[in-house]
Design a protein around this ligand. Structure first.
Ligand code: NG1
Ligand code: ZN
Length: 549
């Protein structure tokens, strides 16, 4: 079988690439204003279909979402057969196809890819796709479908659903009928799997206090509607910001990214949350989770991805020990440079901690090296991975005493509760609730595991962010050449000061992070480092920003 060039040409002509725009498959796939993405979606369809052929007809996933970005943005990313992010080498193939200026160039790029990636066109091709609630999603999915059709893929439309459900489906489809079967390959099956595990884990525990859930006016609201009846009276979830039909509401002044970056409660929750009560926020595609509560004086307290990692990792370590498995199963944590220094200190005193560059794929791969790998970005994206050997050890372990059996059963149920393909706001929320129930913690006790160092994240717009190159898991700059020394000199002046600069992988900006003993110092340090960045590459001192975006 060869490429159906006529069909590819005919369909590609329906999805011309806008001129003068360069696309880049970054840490979150392609992501930009929705109105310029039509050709990219078509080409991603072509690529996904070819990737499936390359992998012997294994099902590839495609998710159409721009996560926490504004509603007018959209994006697309590919999911590999085990439910993980697209393999690195194919990111550049994706970029190459997306940037072919016209149909003849695209055909040439596809033929080139078939040759260099040694794709056997006779193999079957299977792709499952889904989108979030963005208004631009439906038409972008049509462009994607044209791309899939051009290569003749068998397709499955998973409809409007969350990013983690799509990742789950990919793994469930590909493992169906094998010894690694991940679960039923439907959204209902996913809800049933997680719900059953949750109910077993909290059986016999005190009733869980009501939890307020901010759905970012996104697709998480739909997921929650399916979970609430399935969870029955095991937990009461009060869903807010679940308006998916009002234009402009998605991620607007609510959701996990708002909570993390503004470090405050969404106004829409102000009258709902009372002192002592905890709540949580999903992001627009429900793969991130932030918790928070109001203290006794009604002050907002944030429990971010680092706090979730600390809570969960410590709990799993305890269970492994109680099950009598501490010699066989080693638990480790993976973070990025954005992890609060206080969390890194807390965790390092208890278990191995590794720092990797930003981007879920880096965290996920590093976590696979542990028997149980806990990874979370500070922004609330994360999960826990049980290695295949660990899962087997859990299944085969013969407990010596009843207490060991209880802990072992909890570990097996956690293995089912946790979506191990990718960060999953609903699964992570249920996981947190399990740990809180087991430890009899309210938000206050959880929060007191360690005290966050005050911090500040700012962005600087520069002409070309690609001149910024980093090393040491993005904690140090190697280019521009003299900038790191200047940052070091500044940081030394601040108590507990830490700051680093890196180019964003999802936006055309450079990010500056700073933390220090006092909030005013963290702000000051971030501002000054941003000033250094601007002076280095920004040009006109008259335009030097006083306030950052
Ligand atoms: P960039 O734009 O590369 O900083 C952001 C987040 C990442 C990750 C990706 C993917 C921060 C500082 N950065 O990446 O952690 O979540 O988006 O969505 O939060
Ligand atoms: Zn997201």
């Amino acid at each position: 079988m060869s490429l159906n060039v006529n069909e590819l040409r005919r369909l590609s002509d329906l999805h011309p690439k806008p001129r003068a725009i360069q696309f880049q498959y970054g840490t979150a796939g392609f992501r930009t204003v929705a109105s310029i993405l039509d050709s990219t979606l078509f080409r991603v369809g072509v690529l996904a279909a070819l990737r499936s052929k390359r992998l012997d007809g294994k099902t590839i996933g495609v998710m159409v979402t721009a996560s926490h970005n504004p509603e007018a943005d959209n994006g697309v990313k590919l999911v590999d057969p085990r439910g993980e992010m697209l393999e690195n080498a194919w990111e550049s193939h994706a970029t190459a196809l997306a940037n072919a200026p016209n149909t003849p160039a695209l055909i040439e790029a596809v033929e080139h890819l078939v040759k260099v990636a040694k794709i056997d066109l006779n193999k079957p091709s299977r792709v499952v796709y889904a989108r979030d609630t963005r208004p631009s999603g439906a038409s972008l999915v049509r462009a994607l479908e044209d791309g899939l059709k051009a290569i003749g893929a068998e397709t499955r439309d998973a409809g409007v659903t969350t990013t983690p459900v799509l990742h789950y489906l990919v793994r469930a489809i590909n493992t169906k009928g094998t010894k690694d079967e991940y679960g039923p390959d439907s959204e209902e099956g996913y809800v049933a799997k997680l719900t059953a595990a949750f109910k077993k884990l909290i059986a016999g525990k005190a009733a869980i206090p009501l939890l307020v859930v901010d759905c970012a006016n996104g697709v998480g609201a739909l997921a929650l509607q399916k979970f609430i009846p399935a969870l029955g009276n095991s937990i009461t979830l009060h869903s807010v910001n679940d308006d998916i039909s009002t234009a402009g509401a998605l991620n607007n002044a609510c959701g996990a990214d708002f909570v993390k970056t503004q470090q405050k409660l969404p106004a829409s929750l102000e009258s709902l949350l009372h002192p002592g009560q905890r709540g949580c926020s999903f992001d627009g595609d429900a793969d991130r989770l932030m918790y928070f509560y109001l203290d006794e004086r009604g002050r907002f307290r944030m429990l971010d991805g680092d706090k979730i990692a600390s809570l969960v990792a410590a709990f799993i370590v305890e269970l492994v020990k109680s099950a009598g498995l501490e010699d066989k199963i080693k638990v480790g944590v993976v973070q990025t440079a954005y992890a609060n220094g206080a969390s890194t200190k807390y965790l390092s005193e208890r278990l191995p901690v590794k720092c990797v560059p930003t981007g879920v794929k880096h965290l996920h791969h590093a976590a696979e090296h542990y028997d149980v790998g806990v990874y979370f970005e500070a922004n609330g994206h994360g999960t826990v991975l049980f290695s295949p050997e660990t899962q087997q050890a859990l299944r085969e372990h013969q407990p010596a005493i009843p207490a060991q059996l209880t802990a072992l059963t909890h570990l097996l149920n956690l293995n089912d509760l946790i979506n191990q393909t990718v960060g999953d706001a609903v699964s992570d929320m249920l996981l947190v609730e399990v740990v809180l129930a087991h430890k009899s913690y309210s938000g206050v006790e959880w929060d007191s595991l360690y005290v966050d160092l005050p911090n500040r994240l700012v962005k600087v717009k520069v002409a070309n962010r690609n001149v910024f190159k980093t090393e040491d898991a993005e904690r140090r700059l190697i280019s521009p050449p003299t900038l790191q020394a200047k940052i070091d000199e500044l940081v030394r002046k601040y108590e507990d000061g830490r700051s680093f600069v890196r180019p964003s992988g999802t936006e055309d900006v450079v990010r500056v992070y700073a933390e220090a003993r006092a909030k005013s110092q963290a702000d000051d340090l971030a501002f000054r480092v941003a000033g250094l960045v601007y002076d280095e590459v920004g040009g006109d001192p008259g335009l030097r920003p006083r306030e950052f975006l």
